[in-house]
Design a protein around this ligand. Structure first.
Ligand SMILES: *[C@@H]1O[C@H](CO)[C@@H](O)[C@H](O)[C@H]1NC(C)=O
Ligand SMILES: *[C@@H]1O[C@H](CO)[C@@H](O)[C@H](O)[C@H]1NC(C)=O
Ligand SMILES: *[C@@H]1O[C@H](CO)[C@@H](O)[C@H](O)[C@H]1NC(C)=O
Length: 412
């Protein structure tokens, strides 16, 4: 009798908790996977749904209920004047794998379908696709001290909060845009709960509630369920406390592209000692609408509506290029994570071994697109990851190399 009672009580609790989570997952799936007008099965295993552009998840955001969609930017991020050929020896990617299997019709956008298993890997359905809170203390002083700003000293005040960065930073001005050509790699051995990214950040606000818009590629098994290199964009307006997420996994980013899907793979990846590939990424403010546009591979992806932000409404106060590793096993915790950054090779190994950003450009209030005047390099964990800004000759386009293996004898 007593056993039956215990069993009944156990069943009850099991249903209460499991049943509730399961309901939450169904709800989440319902909001993320909008009805498809056409479905494309990609050869890499992804399912791409073509959904009505006016029914995308962005418009579930309370601030965007009556938002009038902007179909294209009113300005361009004009790089023609300043861009020098990318050393002629690396190739841009121009499409994604899934588009070999079909196209999305006009009036729709391609969205990578989320599976139940994807959401179940998150700590909870509400955390799915979200970055975790951290702070950028250096932002508090970023505008005040232009000349003698010591980025290292400022960044050393920041707790690492499970993320390690190797970056180059432009400071001292208000930025209206930034771009780079990001070398594409598939770092091997990114640990299951970690992610590794190569990306651009535009930052505004203050340390504890900083605002950020970001884009590049990442390997993130927890979100995507495999170790492929995937296109991503993300945002927050409160230091990733409550707002923002990766791709379209929360409402916010408005997609307009019919050609590229966020979260889909970026290929081909570069070969060690061989062919090098890159994806051109730019993010810039549309002064007429206040929206921040994202372009990838010369294709306008869409925008973050200005209404999502406070500080970033008018400009960004810092731009970062580089890589980030997220892991609970950094710094003090030993062993250090084995998750690599970039290609997994040290920045000092340079061309066709280390991952790079090149054609670094910013746009400021002069409205000109230019190579940033003040750049500072910074690495959170020198023995695990690295940076090196390098140019062949005084006249040639600089390459910013970054990355490293993570755990190694110097980074135990
Ligand atoms: C430019 O390309 C050549 C090969 O064509 C290579 O040897 C050289 O290291 C490259 N330089 C940079 C900075 O990428
Ligand atoms: C910047 O701060 C770091 C750490 O406090 C220090 O090691 C470095 O010498 C400083 N650099 C300059 C140029 O003052
Ligand atoms: C780091 O990750 C661990 C394990 O997931 C988590 O318990 C901890 O709260 C995280 N710390 C921060 C500051 O995010």
């Amino acid at each position: 009798m007593r056993l039956i009672l215990i069993f009944a009580v156990l069943c009850f609790f099991y249903n209460e908790t499991y049943g509730k989570v399961s309901l939450d997952i169904d709800k989440k799936l319902g909001t993320l996977n909008k009805p498809a007008l056409k479905t494309i099965k990609s050869e890499d295993g992804d399912v791409i749904d073509c959904i009505d552009i006016y029914k995308q998840h962005a418009f579930d955001h309370p601030a965007l209920r009556n938002h009038k969609i902007q179909m294209k930017p009113s300005v361009e991020f004009d790089t023609k004047k300043t861009t020098t050929p990318n050393n002629g020896s690396s190739k841009p990617i121009t499409s994604q794998i899934w588009s070999k299997s079909g196209n999305c019709p006009v009036g729709t956008i391609p969205v990578r379908r989320v599976s139940r298993a994807d959401i179940m890997r998150a700590s909870s359905p509400s955390h799915f696709g979200r970055k975790t809170h951290h702070r950028y203390s250096f932002l508090d002083n970023a505008l005040q001290h232009k000349a003698n700003f010591n980025l290292t000293a400022e960044r050393l005040r920041e707790p690492l909060n499970n993320r390690s960065e190797a970056i180059i930073v432009a400071l001292g001005f208000n930025f209206l845009g930034a771009q780079s050509d990001i070398n594409i790699w598939n770092p091997q051995g990114v640990q299951a709960g970690d992610y590794s990214s190569a990306q651009i950040w535009l930052l505004g606000g203050v340390s504890n509630t900083f605002e950020s818009i970001e884009a590049g590629w990442m390997v993130n098994q927890r979100v995507f369920g495999d170790s492929r290199t995937r296109l991503f964009a993300s945002w927050t307006k409160d230091a990733y406390t409550k707002t923002g997420c990766i791709n379209l996994l929360c409402s916010g980013f408005v997609q307009t592209s019919t050609k590229f899907a966020l979260g889909a793979t970026v290929e081909p990846v570069s070969i060690l000692g061989g062919a090098q590939y890159f994806i051109a990424v730019s993010i810039y403010l549309d002064p007429n609408s206040g929206n921040w546009w994202l372009t990838c591979a010369n294709n306008v992806m869409g925008y973050w509506p200005g209404i999502l932000f406070n500080a970033l409404k008018h400009s960004a106060t810092a731009v970062q290029w580089g890589g980030e590793v997220y892991s609970p096993n950094l710094m003090m915790t030993k062993p250090h994570t084995k998750t690599p950054m970039g290609s997994g090779n040290w920045a000092s190994t340079r061309w066709n071994r280390a991952c790079f950003h090149t054609n670094l450009r910013i746009k400021d209030f002069s409205m000109q697109v230019k190579y940033p005047q003040y750049l500072s390099e910074y690495v959170d964990e020198h023995y695990c990851y690295s940076t090196r800004l390098f140019r062949d000759t005084y006249m040639s386009e600089p390459h910013f190399y970054f990355g490293g293996p993570g755990q190694n004898p110097q980074c135990p």
